[in-house]
Write a protein that binds this ligand. Structure first.
Ligand SMILES: *Cc1c(COP(=O)(O)O)cnc(C)c1O
Length: 399
């Protein structure tokens, strides 16, 4: 709790000591603050602690970024939702309505065509707008586990190589991310994504079923192009590390279905849409803590899983056109007890199974369509109008 100790100023402790209110930015995050990192402070004085779950400027992320969907919503439920995001829930009356689902798919397809044109001009890669657009866009960080996504893609690639007739709906994996300037491992992971993209997109068999694209220069104006085209929203951080996430909310309100862990605001997305309208996988935050305390050994997971071992071997051979020894080492070498610090290998099997559920579900157009519609309808609570109102009322007591 000390503000100054060992010759340094502890910024977070300084904040607690002098602030008016302390809030996490999602329910899970607020609970982690009081139960874990600021527990001692909380036990002495709990009066400052509260929660305000983040929100997004949905008039940018829905109305401005996705005008075709917004116009259709106007037709279906009127324009009330444009000022009152909770009115999106009126959309629920159209669940199971095939005509509405067909039209939502058509709008999604148009957005996918627009993104495909951008990818064609920016990357020189042709992607199929009828494939599932599976999207992970966010800062490149090990805790966000872009690497887990890549390992699963390599697993799928191996499955297709073993059986070229594998019956799965075609998938386009789209990444966009910046690495901060001094973050060596993040840059290695970008290098890996690009190598996997080149390998798969140049394989005449695999590229009929999966493609991988890394779009450069991730920023808000690019996010506005990508998000309306998403079918699947990858929110796969190790539980306990993502304070809230807001990309998850932007994708949800555009009808993407979340494939994620119970981390940050994903927990509240799950509470709002229900278990039938989200693809959950992986350890919960308390299970991550327990495994960490027991002692985590990534080799326990590779020993029992030859398919995972095969994927890891690809990183240190030359099959991807280059070697990725540093990435492999970060997952497997336990020199300082930090091997696979974000437990990608522990969640690998559960993630593979969740991806199989995605493929199966997408094959049933109206089932997936209902999931997508439900996500749009239930996204209203994640408006920044609500978040700002909570700050104004509960913290600043504005009149
Ligand atoms: C929304 C947004 C983010 C935050 O994304 P997360 O998935 O919540 O990490 C980061 N960068 C840009 C450009 C965004 O628009």
């Amino acid at each position: 709790m000390a503000v100054i100790a060992n010759g340094e100023v502890r910024m977070a402790n300084l904040c607690l000591a002098c602030c008016h209110t302390i809030n996490g930015v999602s329910k899970l995050h607020s609970n982690i603050l009081t139960e874990s990192i600021f527990r001692d402070y909380y036990n002495i004085d709990n009066s400052k602690f509260t929660n305000v779950t983040n929100g997004i400027a949905y008039r940018r992320w829905l109305m401005q970024a996705n005008p075709e969907l917004s116009s259709y919503l106007d037709e279906l439920i009127g324009t009330k939702y444009r000022k009152d995001s909770k009115a999106l829930e009126d959309l629920m009356q159209f669940k199971g309505n095939k005509e509405v689902i067909d039209r939502l798919f058509e709008i999604k397809k148009n957005n996918k065509i627009r993104l495909a044109e951008y990818i064609s001009s920016a990357n020189g890669i042709n992607v199929d707008p009828d494939s599932i657009f599976d999207i992970q866009i966010k800062r490149l960080h090990e805790y966000k586990r872009q690497l887990l996504n890549v390992l699963q893609i390599l697993y799928m690639y191996n499955k297709i190589k073993e059986n070229p007739n594998l019956d799965i709906p075609p998938r386009t994996f789209i990444f966009a991310a910046k690495a901060s300037a001094g973050y060596f491992m993040a840059k290695q992971i970008i290098r890996l994504i690009v190598a996997v993209s080149n390998t798969i997109n140049n394989d005449p068999i695999a590229r009929e079923k999966i493609k991988v694209v890394f779009i450069e220069d991730y920023r808000v104006s690019l996010a506005e192009k990508i998000i309306p085209a998403a079918d699947i929203s990858e929110q796969i951080s190790i539980a306990g590390k993502e304070a809230s996430g807001t990309g998850n909310m932007k994708l949800m309100i555009n009808g993407a279905v979340t494939l994620g862990t119970l981390d940050g605001a994903n927990v509240e997305i799950f509470e709002n849409v229900g278990e039938d309208n989200i693809f959950l996988f992986g350890m919960k935050a308390h299970e991550v803590d327990e495994l960490w305390r027991r002692g985590y050994s990534p080799l326990d997971y590779t020993r029992n899983n030859p398919e995972l071992q095969k994927v890891l071997d690809m990183l240190t051979s030359n099959v991807l056109g280059a070697r990725f020894d540093d990435v492999a080492k970060s997952l497997l070498t336990n020199a300082y007890g930090t091997a696979d610090a974000y437990m990608a290998l522990a969640d690998f099997d559960s993630y593979v199974k969740a991806q199989q559920r995605v493929s199966e579900t997408y094959t049933d157009k109206y089932k997936f369509g209902d999931m997508s519609l439900t996500n749009i309808a239930k996204a209203g609570v994640f408006s920044s109008d609500r978040a700002i109102m909570e700050y104004a009322k509960n913290i600043w007591h504005c009149k």
